[in-house]
Structures are given as structure tokens and as C-alpha cells.
Write a protein that binds this ligand. Structure first.
Ligand code: HEC
Ligand code: HEC
Length: 461
């Protein structure tokens, strides 16, 4: 009887874990990667590169010699994110949750293999054996001791780069688009612009080594074998590529979740972005992830925040070389703008899933735009601040106000938001906050160009 009970409990916990995997994946990943891991979630059509299709088998950032991702590789992509793309870091999930997600992804991969194999095989156990074989990562690319980074080493590396890499990355490292070069999924392959200094698989020496020796599976980027280049030659190349990359850019694009402090103020709320109380707050740099990785658009926003136990006051600054205001000169341009979201849950998904609304407060400012009386998304309301460049749209009410100014290539926006759906402000407590920036010069329809991870907004005492 006891054994039976233990067995039942064990079975129950397996079922619970399987559901747990699913729920977290469905909530956090499916909007992009699709419910069944096919890379076809509802948000996928807005993204380039597309979210990975876990069933197709091609994982890009792997450390193995046979191109099959190890659990560690998947864990790494999930934890660090892929900087410069829409794939953010999920390092804020507990290790157990991340392990569950890694297992879910591996299961999708195996399902994909099963599907393909069953087209030509019928015996279930033979299929399982083949799946196991095709899903067993080899050992890692071996990495010998680093050779010194000297001028001579970089000069040798430069020659190797010209010989092996420049046909795709260009002699200057900026990358050459060739319409004939496609990914395994049939999308245009875009060799990385190395002079930006942002790499999806990490900028550390060992990561570069892995990319050069292992290539990037599913893309034209080939693996360089030891027949073509000695280990020392690879180090020379690593040193040269590092010299091409500006320092510090990777950190500026780190797609992680940070903590943003809102300082508590007493007395009247600031009425503009240059209020001394706002300027006294230390700004937090929030990295923005692009919907379209190849577009040159806004890369981050510097945010200062205050609160008075009822409202959140925000000053947001971002660099944008062009000031896109539709009303100006009758030009039909899409507007620049910024959207802020506050959420009433601790780990909101990056992309909300249609049909399952979240407890969110949203505030949006768009240059020169006035909400139409019958705006379907934003209830008509009288904007508090109005100047030719600046009208606030907000779905909630007149508490949500904003204004912005563009000067010398920088937008400075000011917004006051009173959370309602997301809950109430509590000094000492916190609330997730995220940002999305609209860039008229690269706009496609009503979408922002870039979006941030959810940051933790902490309300000071
Ligand atoms: C906003 C959309 C979005 C969400 C949400 C998202 N991803 Fe991704 N993910 C992407 C995109 C886009 C890529 C491919 C980026 C590229 O190749 O440049 C990607 C790539 C990946 C990869 C591939 C790494 C490789 O080596 O090829 C893994 C693994 C992954 N995502 C896991 C996850 C998991 C797990 C979640 C949920 C916790 C998640 N992603 C949520 C957009 C998303
Ligand atoms: C046939 C074309 C081709 C050649 C040759 C090539 N690459 Fe690439 N490379 C690519 C493409 C395409 C990508 C982008 C892959 C992706 O993320 O989808 C890339 C990406 C990269 C990255 C970015 C990795 C990351 O983590 O973001 C590095 C670094 C790189 N290549 C270095 C090199 C070096 C060094 C050589 C010479 C040994 C080389 N490549 C040769 C096509 C090429």
C-alpha cells in the first residue's frame, strides 16, 4: 500500500513537472518561439532574425564539434540572451526553472527529429535509437592555451581574416550582404558587423574560439578546421577580431533585468523633465532589443524615476539622429515615441500573449500624434501637455501624461503615470517596468523599433 502511494506520488510529481515546464515555456517563450517550438509564435512575424525553430535542429551558438547543442549551450543562450537580437536574458529565473526550460527545448528538438525520421522509418524503437544518436552532443571544441596578444599576432590575424573571413565580413569587418547567402531556414544570412562590438554568442576569447573552430550551424559561417588554420593561427585571429571590436559595447547591449530605483519625493510633482529633483536622480541605462537586428536604431534609454506614493514620474532620454514628427511640414512620416508599461505580476512575459491580458498600465507618447476621438486602443482623452511635437496618448486616464523634446540628436521625454491595474505603489516595494521606443525613420506600421526587458522598479522610502 505504502509503495503504491509512493509510486502514485512520484507519478503525480512527474506530471506536475511536465506541466510546470509547459506553463513557464508557454507563458515566457511561446509568443515568439511558438507553442510547439516551431519558431512561429504570434510575435515571430515582426522579428528578424526569426525566433529559433527548436524542432528544425539548427542551434547557432554551440560549443560542440558536431554542432549539436549541449544542455550547457542551451542554458547559456537562455541565461545570457543573444545580445543585439530580440532574444533576451532569462537569468532571473531560478536554476531549476532554467533546467526545466532546457529540457523542454531539448524535447522539442527530439520531437522534430522523430517527425522527420518517421517519414522514412516505421519501427518506433529504431526511431528512438536514431533520435538519441542525432541528439547526442559531441565533446566541446578543445581550446589550447592562449598565445600572447601582440602587434605581430594581430598582424598575422589580419592576413588570416583577409583570407578566410573577408568575403563575408568585408575587409573592414562590417559585413557584406549577398542575396545568394541564406540560412538553413531560407532567410537572408547577415554576416555580423564586427565593428559594432556586439556578439550574440558572447565576446570572451573562448566564445570567439568556439565560433571560429565550430562555425555557426544553420548559417553560411563555416567551421575553420585545423587543416586550414593552426591553433596558434586561431588565437592570432581572435586577437585581431577583438581589436576590431569597440570595448564596452557588449555591456551596453546586455539584455538583462536590472533594478531601477524611484526616489520618493514629498510636495508637488515635477512639471517638466528638468525639475531639479528629477535631475538629481542617478539615471539607469536600459538596453533595448531590436525587432529587426540589422536596423540601426535606438539602442538604449537612460531613465530617471521618482514617486510620491501615488504616481511614478519618469524622465527618459535616448539618442535618435532624426526627429520624426508627422505633423511637421505635412510630411507623411511615422512618429518617434516611447511607451512605458507597469505590470502587476512578478515575472511578466516579454511579449504579452493575445487573449490572455496581463494586469498592465501603459502610457504612450508619440511625436505630434493626437489620439483620435474613436481611437480603438487609446480612450480619447484631453492631453495635459500639448505642444506641436508632443501629445500624450494614454489608455487609462488623464493621470497619464507626457511631453518630449528633441534637441541635438536626443529626445528627452517626461511622463507621469499613476498605476491602477498594476496595483499600488508601496514605499520599499517594487513593480516591473518596461520600455519600448518608436523610431519614425525605421518604422513599419504601428510597432516600436525596439523594446526592453522588464526592469524592477523599486520604490524608495
Ligand atoms: C521576444 C521574442 C523571444 C522570446 C520571448 C524568447 N525568445 Fe528565444 N529567441 C528569439 C530570437 C529572435 C532568437 C534568434 C536570435 C538570433 O538568431 O539572432 C532566439 C533564440 C533562442 C535560442 C537559440 C540559441 C541558439 O543557439 O541558436 C534559444 C535556446 C532560445 N531562444 C530560448 C528561449 C527560451 C527558453 C525562451 C523563454 C524563456 C525564449 N527563448 C524567449 C526570440 C525570443
Ligand atoms: C560564408 C560567409 C562567412 C564566412 C566566410 C565567415 N563568416 Fe562569420 N558570420 C557569417 C554569418 C552569416 C554570421 C551571422 C550568423 C548568425 O548569427 O545568424 C557570422 C557571424 C560571425 C560572428 C558573430 C558571432 C556571434 O557570437 O555573434 C563572428 C565573431 C564571426 N562571424 C567571425 C568570423 C571569422 C573570424 C571568420 C573567418 C575565419 C568568419 N566569420 C567567416 C558568415 C561568414
Amino acid at each position: 500500500m505504502r509503495t503504491l502511494l509512493t509510486l502514485c506520488l512520484a507519478l503525480l510529481s512527474i506530471v506536475a513537472t511536465a506541466q510546470g515546464q509547459c506553463v513557464l515555456y508557454l507563458q515566457q517563450c511561446a509568443a515568439c518561439h511558438g507553442e510547439r517550438g516551431r519558431g512561429d509564435g504570434p510575435a515571430a512575424r515582426f522579428l528578424d532574425p526569426k525566433p529559433r525553430d527548436f524542432r528544425s535542429g539548427y542551434f547557432r551558438f554551440v560549443s560542440t564539434t558536431n554542432g549539436i547543442p549541449s544542455d550547457g549551450d542551451i542554458w547559456e543562450s537562455l541565461s545570457a540572451g543573444l545580445p543585439g537580437s530580440a532574444m533576451l536574458s532569462f537569468a532571473h529565473f531560478a536554476p531549476m526553472q532554467r533546467t526545466m526550460l532546457v529540457n523542454t527545448i531539448r524535447e522539442f528538438r527530439r520531437d522534430g527529429l522523430r517527425e522527420r525520421l518517421s517519414a522514412s522509418m516505421t519501427d518506433a524503437s529504431a526511431i528512438e535509437a536514431a533520435v538519441l544518436e542525432l541528439d547526442t552532443p559531441s565533446g566541446g571544441v578543445s581550446i589550447p592555451t592562449e598565445t600572447p596578444d601582440t602587434m605581430d599576432a594581430r598582424a598575422r590575424g589580419a592576413l588570416t581574416f583577409a583570407r578566410l573571413c573577408s568575403r563575408c565580413h568585408g575587409s573592414d569587418g562590417r559585413g557584406i550582404i549577398d542575396p545568394e547567402r541564406l540560412t538553413a531556414e531560407g532567410a537572408l544570412a547577415r554576416p555580423r558587423d564586427l565593428t559594432r562590438g556586439v556578439l550574440k554568442g558572447g565576446i570572451e576569447d573562448v566564445r570567439l574560439w568556439q565560433r571560429i573552430r565550430g562555425g555557426i550551424p544553420g548559417t553560411p559561417m563555416p567551421a575553420v578546421s585545423s587543416k586550414d588554420l593552426s591553433d596558434e593561427g586561431v588565437w592570432d585571429l581572435v586577437h585581431y577580431v577583438e581589436a576590431l571590436m569597440p570595448r564596452g559595447q557588449q555591456e551596453l547591449h546586455d539584455p538583462v533585468r536590472w533594478s531601477l530605483g524611484a526616489v520618493r519625493i514629498q510636495g508637488p510633482l515635477p512639471t517638466g523633465p528638468d525639475d531639479p529633483a528629477l535631475l538629481a536622480v542617478q539615471p539607469l541605462w536600459v538596453a533595448l532589443a531590436p525587432f529587426q537586428s540589422h536596423e540601426r536604431t535606438v539602442e538604449g534609454v537612460a531613465v530617471r524615476a521618482l514617486h510620491d506614493d501615488e504616481h511614478v514620474v519618469l524622465r527618459m532620454e535616448w539618442a535618435d539622429a532624426t526627429c520624426d514628427v508627422p505633423a511637421r511640414g505635412g510630411k507623411a512620416v511615422a512618429p518617434d515615441g516611447i511607451a512605458v508599461r507597469l505590470a502587476g505580476m512578478s515575472f511578466p512575459p516579454v511579449m504579452p500573449i493575445a487573449g490572455s491580458p496581463l494586469p498592465l498600465d501603459r502610457a504612450l507618447w508619440l511625436a505630434g500624434a493626437k489620439p483620435a476621438a474613436d481611437d480603438p486602443v487609446f480612450d480619447a482623452l484631453v492631453p495635459r501637455f500639448e505642444n506641436p511635437d508632443s501629445v500624450c496618448k494614454s489608455p487609462i486616464g488623464p493621470e497619464h501624461v507626457g511631453q518630449a523634446q528633441w534637441r541635438d540628436g536626443v529626445w528627452t521625454a517626461f511622463m507621469i503615470v499613476r498605476p491602477e491595474r498594476a496595483g499600488h505603489i508601496e514605499a520599499g516595494g517594487s513593480m516591473p517596468i518596461s520600455f519600448a521606443v518608436f523610431d519614425g525613420s525605421v518604422a513599419r506600421g504601428p510597432l516600436p523599433a525596439t523594446f526592453s526587458h522588464w526592469q524592477t522598479l523599486r520604490f524608495g522610502h
